[in-house]
Design a protein around this ligand. Sequence first.
Ligand code: M6R
Length: 353
Amino acid sequence: DKGAYPYYMLKEIDEQAVVARTLAGHYFNDEGEIVGIGCAIGDTIKQADRLYIIAAGTSYHAGLVGKRYFENWANIPTEVHIASEFAYDQPLLSEHPFFIFLSQSGETADSREVLDNIKRQGFPTLTIANVMNSTLTREADFALPVLAGPEIAVASTKAYTAQIIVQAILAYSLGEVELDLKQELAKVAVEIQAITDEKATFQAIAESALKDQHSAFYIGRGLDAAVALEAALKLKEISYIQTEGFAAGELKHGTISLIEEGTPVFALLTQAKTAGLLRGEVAQVAARGANTITISSKSLARPDDAYVLPEVDELLMPLLAVIPAQLIAYYATLARGLDVDRPRNLAKSVTVQ
Ligand code: M6R
């Protein structure tokens, strides 16, 4: 039931703060120790020399962020693969691979195909899914819940942030990390709430930047490039504005030729190491007439940025940076008079290959 909300998508965007708290409560005890992950999962992963994350669409984008936690916090090399590609072009695997399937529905046919192949090869598997009694959770060796609650809108929002959080917790449980993740997730929840409370700001950005546009771009570097892919998918799938998300350094290798007077270019700027380079790329597209809309984090902000995000641990910034993109996609779609929850040609769960 969407209650007072006009669309499920808006309700699900708003639920993300609660989901972050729910996950922290489920996976940590009062002392901040991890309790929600069985020893068997950790022991099996620790024997692996490489993780392979398999997913589709938004879940694939969540995997691109998760990779960073497994590499930075658990020190395990990690590859992220699109299920439909991996299924028919399996890359050369490491000696002791461990497979993680990420899915909201747990029913995505492309991912199921890979799971079948991998099981036949005898490698260990874990599914991280929102629907716990699903094919992918039942058929993998292990399963961890995403606990986002039912997601009805075709455009995935809370499942994305929840999948990122579960991966962060899992990676954290495998390594020795300085950070107090439980406390940091409490902060994430507070800040998600603060961002979702500013809907009018994102409505104004969406209406002024996107209402009559046919194309748009999202750029970023590092983790922001991963979020740019998800931000672009969100905008294109419901507003039908052709949107490309990509690593900002690639602009000069081709895409910059598409910039015209007024082309909206959203820049996500939350990673200190590459902030200077990204500022340069924003200036380059602005010089060619782009309408640049920069969403930056507090310590990297400049006065004319369109929106300044509150700050949490830099590796967790995707959890905040995606929220404006979700809301901008929502309001751009609303402004065009389209059905936000049910975009044409798409199904919530893609059960065919
Ligand atoms: O249920 P899954 O997470 O396995 O679904 C994968 C994709 O079909 C899904 O994320 C899709 O990309 C979303 N509709 C995007 O918002």
